[in-house]
Write a protein that binds this ligand. Structure first.
Ligand SMILES: Cc1cc2nc3c(=O)[nH]c(=O)nc-3n(C[C@H](O)[C@H](O)[C@H](O)COP(=O)(O)OP(=O)(O)OC[C@H]3O[C@@H](n4cnc5c(N)ncnc54)[C@H](O)[C@@H]3O)c2cc1C
Length: 385
């Protein structure tokens, strides 16, 4: 299991704090409002090693434990959640290769992913299939030493700026059960693989969400992760625990950021001769927000610690993801209300957190699905199933 010396961890956190304060915070409005790709910030993320944060050192990464990684995501997300998606989704691609790839696949791809030289993400969702992933229609047909892929993916983070994706397809569309006909490929951009369009969004700006179109896209058979057909769905599921801890950490960041903005504002803004934090109606909101943010943080660290111990943690990760994302939504809404009219202004930061928060309830499995997963696992552990 990945470990880090506490002194090294403290130094890493200090570096991230400095970077966020000096480089990210002053520029976030400019990028977010223009929905502009933050090229300079991405270069700095490369230097910080974020594209290899959870990749093992033997393949050029930092090999961080999930607990350390989650706290980095929280720190960045408390100021600008969207940019964590640029390396979070990319690390899901790297995880699939490291966990399920062959040794030659790991040696070839992981150092490039870890350095950020090749960046990308996870391409699962299709226009007709998100939650019900087994309903995807994209096919890969074997043709001698290659596979020929046809279909469309949508909502793919880093889809435009990224150059390589873990691509979920059906190698046997007739298979029963459906998941047994699914396979996962390492798919670099090339002939037959084009970007359909950039999707416009409520929030989560500056990170590109794209529709990806595959028309007779041909890749060598050695791009099949693990070089065995029929394992794609299980391989994707194998990354979900860390993926959900990622999203939970983003939710914690937003919940804490919204709380900080509300607390600062409530101490400055005066009505009826005193700061609004001295009115009980506002103080109780701050009390609730602080409790939600703390509970979200503890649930997320609990899941990350279980992950680092190598324990099965789908229930803990689901609880953390569900609770932290709802905390992000509630805290950003409450913080906006505390800001009064200024909360509705684009000059203040809270409007961005308010627009970014809902995504955490959708990504890596909607919260509706998280509750079903939690209930199933809870019942199993309680011995009722
Ligand atoms: C900004 C953004 C970035 C994204 N990035 C990526 C990415 O990088 N890669 C990728 O592959 N995908 C990505 N997605 C897609 C995302 O994973 C899906 O949107 C998500 O899985 C939900 O799928 P859907 O939108 O098709 O909703 P649907 O599956 O159509 O669900 C619609 C509603 O029905 C509910 N529902 C569905 N089935 C059930 C059920 N059995 N029981 C109860 N409720 C149910 C859902 O919870 C939801 O409320 C992204 C989405 C967004 C918005």
């Amino acid at each position: 299991m990945a470990k880090i010396d506490p002194a090294d961890e403290a130094q890493l956190f200090a570096t991230i704090d400095r970077w966020v304060a000096r480089e990210v915070a002053p520029r976030v409005k400019e990028f977010d409002h223009a929905d502009k790709w933050p090229a300079e910030i991405v270069e700095q993320m490369k230097e910080l090693g974020l594209f290899g944060a959870t990749v093992s050192p033997e393949y050029g990464g930092l090999g961080l434990p999930a607990t350390t990684y989650a706290q980095i995501v929280m720190k960045i997300s408390s100021v600008w959640m969207a940019i964590t998606g640029i390396f979070n989704s990319h690390l899901m691609l790297a995880l699939a290769v490291e966990k399920f790839g062959t040794e030659p696949q790991k040696r070839h791809w992981l150092p490039k992913f870890a350095s950020g030289e090749v960046r990308g993400g996870l391409a699962l969702t299709e226009p007709n299939a998100g939650t019900d992933l087994q309903a995807i229609r994209m096919t890969a047909r074997r043709d001698k030493g290659d596979y020929v892929i046809n279909g469309t993916k949508t909502w793919i983070s880093n889809g435009i700026e990224g150059s390589c994706f873990a691509l979920l397809v059906k190698t046997n569309p007739e298979a029963s059960p459906r998941y047994s006909g699914m396979s996962l490929f390492i798919a670099p951009k090339g002939p037959g693989f084009t970007v359909g369009r950039k999707l416009e969004k409520l929030g989560y700006h500056s990170i590109d969400s794209g529709e990806l179109v595959f028309q007779d896209y041909r890749i060598p058979a050695d791009h099949l992760i693990g070089e065995a057909e029929g394992r794609g769905f299980t391989q994707v599921a194998g990354g979900l625990e860390l993926g959900r801890i990622n999203v939970a950490a983003r939710g914690v960041g937003i919940a804490e950021g919204a709380l900080r903005l509300a607390t600062d504002y409530a101490q400055i803004r005066q009505t009826f001769g005193k700061p609004i934090i001295e009115h009980q109606a506002i103080a109780t909101k701050i009390g609730e927000m602080a409790t939600r943010a703390r509970a979200a943080r503890l649930l997320t660290l609990d899941a990350a610690q279980a992950f680092d111990r190598g324990d099965r943690c789908d229930m803990q990760a689901g609880m953390a993801k569900y609770f932290a994302s709802e905390a992000a939504l509630e805290n950003s809404t409450e913080s906006m209300r505390i800001h009064g009219a200024y909360g509705y202004s684009k000059e203040y930061d809270i409007e961005r957190l308010y627009r970014d928060a809902p995504l955490t309830c959708i990504g890596e499995g909607t919260n509706e699905m998280q509750k079903l997963i939690i209930a199933r696992q809870w019942a199993r552990q309680s011995g009722s199933v």
